[in-house]
Design a protein around this ligand. Sequence first.
Ligand SMILES: Cc1ncc(COP(=O)(O)O)c(C=O)c1O
Length: 376
Amino acid sequence: MAYIVDLRSDTVTKPTESMKHAMVNSALGDDVYKEDPTVNALESKVANLLGKQAALFVPSGTMANLIAIMVHCNKRGSEAIVGNCSHIYKYEQGGAAHVAGVLLSTIQNKPDGTFDLKELESRIRGTDIHEPITSLVAIENTHNYCGGKVLPLEWIDNLSELCKKHSIPLHMDGARLLNASTYLELPPDRIVKGCDSVSLCFSKSLSAPVGSALVGSYHFIQQARRVRKMLGGGMRQAGVLAAACAVALDEVAPALALDHRRAKVMAEVIHGLFLKSFSVDVASQHTNMVLVRIAERSPLSSDQVLQRLAQVSLAETQGDCKTTNDEGVIVKAIGFNEKTIRITLHREIQDEDLWLAIMKITYVFKELDAAHPIKS
Ligand SMILES: Cc1ncc(COP(=O)(O)O)c(C=O)c1O
């Protein structure tokens, strides 16, 4: 038996004891009739937190983003401009096209999750009848594929001005908005001030079992409520879920800085190994994710490294790479591509697990670096 440290995602966390207590004890009603007091309270709480008029509780981040796209792009022939590394483009099955008939046009993301605003402006369509209608710009904060990067506030503000100038709504996929707010030490309403709609997930770094919110104006949320029903996201006694989400905001969000600190420690240790095959950009490690780059000229692939992290060798348990109970350690992470591994810290990784993971990663990276030298 091996001891597993699961660093694949902050979605693997289970509800806390106080979430379970709230789930069992909260008042319930039929939310499709807007009669679930716990859902209603959560929606008001999130709308307040983000400084918007209204919010809608939905099952997932994917549905929140899709509803936002469908409401903003409600004319046939619409296009939404999104980053080429955005979750909406890469990981939501092209739902905008699939379900809503909306063209997703991509703009190149920079490594910090932003994109060039001049290029964006040049991409906004005019009145030429050959072209689709630019109806939405969407950004992501924190940016998952860029390693949990926090978008610079000034850039968001400038983008928002640009969108206003062209009367195009701005949506933020804020699945991990509260990580951004923790990093910037700014309230979330400040960060999303210039956005017309925002999605926020309770089941990522916040540890709730299920649920996201979509936030915007009264009118936007009224339309979103209709679309949610059409997509099958109208839930009945959804207060059992919303109760956990409220606890996530009250009790888990204030501790996010701990995940960030642990991620920084992980990044610094890997960087400090000074290995040729593996590197981490410590300065751009902002929140709870660490991106490990495998050198381009290394023969190693992400899959190979992940497979090795998931194995325990005899030498590890005969040596010091083990728990105090003499168990070998397995670290789970995910590969973003052939040469990039993402490690994610979350509430269930306390200091003991952090150090076990660091011990194992150090052992495996040194072993692989020595066994697979960089090609000259
Ligand atoms: C940035 C971002 N947006 C949206 C989603 C989708 O959320 P869900 O898995 O709840 O559909 C994710 C999921 O990891 C994400 O990282």
